[in-house]
Design a protein. Structure first.
Length: 321
């Protein structure tokens, strides 16, 4: 993905230096007011340190673009507007999360960013850099026309296929029909479970999806979302380094291997998760049942046509019989 370093870095320096360029372009209007930055709404949200963790968790449900910016710097308004238009046009297949680095410096440090703007894609909690600095027109076109659709495709290949929630806005330029399209994409019976997942209450969401599966065993969407919520409820808060170290230190420990397989699935490393559990099963036939149950849970997350899925199913059958 594009990484721009050639232009001057507008915005506020977190190192403490005053950016005189940013001061010259500073506006007093609030986002959405005349002369101010574009307002959030549609599939665009503003994230703070208080809501950051919940936002990261929801990136396992749908992909997120993260824009680190300063909403009082008018040089960044066209970038924010173009990104919002591109994201809203996809009607919930991706969300744009805007973060003010001047008032949320800890988040900027998390992304190792000192100046605005910077743009990342976030899939299952894993950030991928797209842009640093103001883009040229050509780069902006590449981001909106090619990179954003590619992020959506990457998410779908790893089983991240949920829809972002629609937020009402007062901006006249927002397309109100987009919200209805997103709502229509979620079956009415799924609304409560979907809401719980969006709020980060994955355990409750998994229970709600389980009720849907019990009521209709052919509801494949509920099965997939239930599996994803169970995965997130178990391991969304796991310390990845500790989990991987524990698995390396205890290669014969079933729970350690299950935990690291969860981490792989959340990170989109589906093949690694499959192989880890299947390799463990090959050497521990006495622990077939828990491995089989976990793999069957994983198997409903990718698309049914995913070739990794068919290969893993065949190997599981071979190992079991």
């Amino acid at each position: 993905m594009a990484n721009k370093n050639g232009q001057g870095q507008p915005g506020v320096s977190l190192a403490g230096a005053v950016d005189l360029g940013a001061l010259k372009h500073q506006v007093d209007a609030e986002p959405g007011q005349q002369g101010g930055a574009p307002a959030a709404g549609g599939y665009v949200i503003d994230t703070t340190e208080a809501s950051f963790q919940a936002m990261v968790q929801t990136s396992a449900t749908f992909p997120i673009l993260v824009l680190l910016w300063v909403p009082t710097d008018d040089r960044l308004f066209p970038l924010a507007t173009r990104l919002a238009q591109a994201v809203n046009a996809l009607e919930g297949r991706i969300q744009l999360s805007r973060i003010d680095i001047a008032t949320n410096p800890q988040i900027a440090q998390t992304f190792q960013v000192q100046d605005a703007p910077a743009l990342f894609a976030l899939l299952a909690g894993r950030p991928m850099p797209i842009l640093q600095g103001l883009p040229t027109d050509e780069e902006m076109n590449q981001i909106t026309d090619q990179l954003i659709p590619q992020v959506v495709q990457m998410a779908q290949k790893t089983g991240i296929t949920g829809s972002a929630p629609y937020q009402e806005t007062n901006d006249q330029g927002q397309d109100e029909q987009a919200g209805q399209a997103a709502a229509d994409a979620i079956p009415p019976a799924h609304q409560e479970a979907h809401r719980l997942a969006q709020e980060g209450d994955y355990a409750a969401a998994a229970e709600a999806y389980d009720k849907l599966v019990q009521a209709d065993s052919t509801d494949d969407l509920a099965k997939r979302e239930q599996a994803k919520c169970l995965l997130m409820a178990r391991s969304a808060q796991a310390d990845v380094r500790k989990v991987r170290q524990a698995a390396a230190d205890a290669p014969d420990d079933l729970q350690a291997q299950l935990d690291v397989a969860d981490v792989d699935m959340i990170g989109g490393q589906i093949q690694d998760a499959f192989d880890r559990l299947l390799d463990f099963l090959a050497g521990h036939r006495d622990q077939t049942d828990p491995i089989r149950r976990r793999l069957l849970e994983y198997f409903v997350i990718p698309e049914p046509t995913d070739p990794r899925l068919a290969k893993a199913r065949r190997r599981l059958s071979t190992l079991m019989y």
